[in-house]
Design a protein around this ligand. Structure first.
Ligand SMILES: Cc1ncc(COP(=O)(O)O)c(C=O)c1O
Length: 360
C-alpha cells in the first residue's frame, strides 16, 4: 500500500493553527484530507492525501438519494511528552468495515485505513491541540458515489478522511448531563441499521433530540423498539448504570453500536475487579433502584465525551436525580484512567494507543 500513497501538499496552509485553542466540536478542519476511490472491477485504488476542500457531487450521486454511507470517529491526543497517540485506531477501522458490510459497501483493507489515519495526522500534526481535554478528531467516511438513480448497491465509492481539532463535546464538559427517556420515537429496531455507523441512524435521532433539548435535556435515552422498556443507548453513546455495586450495560445487538469506549471501560472495570454484567436492563429496573436508593451512578461512553455522567433522568414527567446530580466516583475514575492512557500519562497495558511518529 505504502508505495501507491500519493501526497499533494497544500500551497496555502490556513494561518489559524489550532495548537492552543479549543474550538467548538467539529467546526474547524485541518489543511489536508485523504481520499481513496473504488470502482467496480478495479477495487479500492488511488489512496492520496490532498489539500482539504470540497468534493464535487453530481446531483445524481447515489449517496444523496439512498443514503448508502458509513463513517467512524476516533481521536488522537498530544501528550505532555509531545507525542501524538491515536486511541484504538484498528478497532475503529474494523468497525468501519462491519458498517460497510451492513450497507453493502465493499470492504476496505484495515491496514490501509489505519495507514490513512497515521499519515494524515502526521502531515497535519501542527493542528493537534495540546491543551488539556483537547484532541484531534478523525472522521473516516465512505460514500456511494455513482451517478445513478435506482435502489441497488452503487458500483463506485469514495473513502475520505478529514481531521478536526476539538475540545469538549458537550458544553457541560465532564459535568453531569440531563437525559430524557424517549418512550415514543425509536432510533433503531431489531434487524435494522442500529449496529452500523451510518448517517440514517443519526437522521432518525434528530427529532427526539430536538424535543428533549426544548424540555431542557441534553440528549435522549433510547429504549428498545419492541418492548419500549430496555435501555439501548444514550444520545450517541453507550449506556452504563451502576446499581448496588454492579455495573450493568445492555448486551450488544443489531440495534446498538459496539462502542470502542464501551469495550475499553468494560476492560478496565474487569481489571479493577468491579462486577460487570452485559445484560438487558429496563427503565423500570432503573426507576426502582432509584426509589430504593441503590442507583449509584449512570454514565454514557463514547469517543467524543469519553465518559459522560448522567446527573438527571427525565422519565414519565418526573426527574430521577443520580448521585445528587454529581459525577460519581467510579465515573470519575474511569474518565481519569482512560484519559491518562490517551495522553500517555499512564501505562497502556492493553496496547490501545498508537503513536504517530514524524515520517521524516
Ligand atoms: C450511536 C452511537 N453509540 C455509541 C457510540 C460510542 O462509540 P465509541 O465509543 O466507539 O465512540 C457512538 C459514537 O461513536 C455512537 O454514535
Amino acid at each position: 500500500m505504502t508505495a501507491q500513497f500519493r501526497i499533494q501538499r497544500t500551497t496555502s496552509p490556513k494561518p489559524a493553527r489550532a495548537a492552543n485553542e479549543t474550538p467548538a466540536f467539529g467546526t474547524v478542519f485541518t489543511d489536508h484530507m485523504c481520499l481513496i476511490d473504488f470502482h467496480e472491477g478495479k477495487g479500492w485504488h488511488d489512496a492520496r492525501i490532498v489539500p482539504y476542500g470540497g468534493m464535487p457531487a453530481d446531483p445524481a450521486s447515489t449517496v444523496l438519494h439512498y443514503g448508502q454511507a458509513i463513517f467512524d470517529g476516533l481521536k488522537g491526543f498530544r501528550g505532555q511528552d509531545g507525542v501524538i497517540r491515536l486511541f484504538r485506531p484498528r478497532a475503529h477501522a474494523e468497525r468501519l468495515n462491519r458498517s460497510a458490510e451492513r450497507l453493502c459497501i465493499p470492504a476496505l483493507d484495515v491496514d490501509t485505513v489505519v495507514e490513512t489515519f497515521v499519515r494524515l495526522v502526521d502531515i497535519d500534526r501542527d493542528w493537534v491541540p495540546s491543551a488539556p481535554g483537547t484532541a484531534i478528531y478523525l472522521r473516516p467516511t465512505v460514500i456511494a458515489n455513482e451517478n445513478y438513480l435506482g435502489v441497488r448497491p452503487a458500483h463506485a465509492y469514495t473513502y475520505f478522511l478529514i481531521l478536526s481539532p476539538v475540545g469538549a463535546y458537550y458544553a457541560e464538559g465532564t459535568a453531569p448531563v440531563a437525559i430524557l427517556v424517549e418512550d415514543e420515537l425509536v432510533r433503531a429496531a431489531p434487524g435494522g441499521l442500529g449496529a452500523a455507523k451510518t448517517p440514517a441512524n443519526y437522521a432518525a435521532s434528530l427529532l427526539a433530540a430536538e424535543r428533549a433539548k426544548k424540555k431542557g435535556y441534553t440528549q435522549v435515552l433510547w429504549l428498545d423498539a419492541v418492548h419500549r422498556k430496555y435501555l439501548e443507548e444514550v444520545g450517541t453513546m453507550n449506556i452504563m448504570v451502576k446499581i448496588a455495586g454492579e455495573v450493568i450495560t445492555p448486551p450488544l445487538s443489531d440495534s446498538i453500536l459496539a462502542g470502542v469506549t464501551r469495550d475499553s471501560v468494560l476492560t478496565l472495570l474487569k481489571d479493577w475487579g468491579v462486577k460487570t454484567s452485559e445484560r438487558p436492563v429496563s427503565i423500570d429496573d432503573v426507576a426502582e433502584a432509584a426509589a430504593k436508593g441503590t442507583l449509584e451512578e449512570m454514565w454514557g461512553t463514547g469517543t467524543a465525551a469519553v465518559v459522560s455522567p448522567v446527573g438527571r433522568l427525565g422519565y414519565k414527567g418526573k426527574d430521577i436525580t443520580i448521585n445528587g446530580g454529581k459525577t460519581g466516583p467510579l465515573t470519575q475514575k474511569l474518565y481519569d484512567s482512560i484519559t491518562a492512557i490517551q495522553y500517555g500519562k499512564a501505562p497502556d497495558p492493553h496496547g490501545w494507543t498508537m503513536p504517530v511518529m514524524p515520517a521524516r
